[in-house]
Write a new protein. Structure first.
Ligand code: PAF
Length: 276
């Protein structure tokens, strides 16, 4: 595996297909499974590792975000990655005079709670696509709204990249894998799986109509609060637009963001009508 630190060193060979996994490092099995899929479908698998400052707000965890290039490089190599692109901030942002703002799908949920977050994400992902020039790019569905924002950006800007959104990888107790899980204290780690459990409870309730959607959501919020979470949002939304819905007439998702101690967790559970 080649570790590349500068944009100038990245030379795209257009005779091969390239599968790309953009990341901020601190790899876990979720990242590794994206890397393996990228490698299995393309001649070359490339991964970027860049903790992007522009997608973190004031008071968020940019400074403490876990960074360990040697460990990550070993893990990426073991997953079959050919190129690890790990630029520093001055490579990626010699200036910050151009931004990409995707409207319509960024105002609510993560975008509402983290103003500017998706402008940072869209801008860095567009830059990475232009630098790496992938055939296809792979993202995890845990960041469901991010997937929608990137899909909208790629369509609106006619970017020549195929997008692949892969299933969330979970710990055996259901907790969605995330680089931020390392922040959890032992006691909060034991509580954290309640988040996914509540998503499943709501899905089951919505499917059998055991109560109204509003009351299923508010009961779940109360139970989460009772075990120590502070819920930023918990909603049933249309999968394509992420607008809140109350009837299951289209593919949907239950989305959640909640804080547990100093850790902010997000998760979601999709309800696909044709798989019911
Ligand atoms: O999902 C992430 O890790 C980041 O938001 C991404 C897509 C690498 C952009 O910095």
């Amino acid at each position: 595996m080649k570790i590349v630190r500068s944009i100038a060193e990245l030379k795209r060979d257009h005779s091969v297909s390239l599968g790309f996994v953009p990341t901020m490092g601190a790899f876990h099995e979720g990242h590794l499974s994206l890397m393996r899929v990228a490698k299995s479908h393309h001649d070359v698998a490339a991964v970027s590792l860049f903790v992007n400052p522009t997608q973190f707000g004031q008071g968020e965890d940019f400074e403490r975000y876990p960074r360990n290039l040697d460990r990550d490089a070993e893990m990426a190599e073991s997953a079959g990655v050919d190129i690890l692109f790990a630029p520093d901030v001055s490579q990626m942002y010699p200036r910050k005079t151009t931004e990409i703002q995707v409207s319509g799908v960024t105002e609510r949920w993560e975008g509402g709670h983290r103003p500017g977050h998706f402008t940072g994400v869209a801008t860095v992902v567009a830059k990475l696509f232009n630098i790496v020039q992938p055939t296809a790019a792979y993202f995890g569905q845990k960041d469901l709204q991010q997937c929608l924002v990137i899909q909208r950006m790629v369509a609106d800007l006619n970017l020549p990249v195929e997008l692949k959104f892969e299933e969330t990888v979970r710990e055996s107790d259901g907790l969605a894998m995330s680089s931020r899980n390392v922040y959890l204290s032992d006691s909060n780690r034991a509580i954290a799986p309640n988040l996914y459990q509540e998503l499943k409870n709501i899905r089951d309730g919505v499917l059998v109509k055991s109560a109204s959607v509003d009351s299923l959501l508010s009961s779940a919020i109360n139970r989460l609060n009772a075990v120590g979470f502070t819920v930023d949002y918990l909603e049933l939304v249309d999968l394509d637009t992420m607008a809140p819905i109350r009837d299951l007439e289209q593919d949907a998702a239950i989305i959640v963001a909640a804080r547990l101690g100093s850790t902010r967790l997000i998760d979601n559970l999709r309800i696909l009508l044709n798989s019911l």
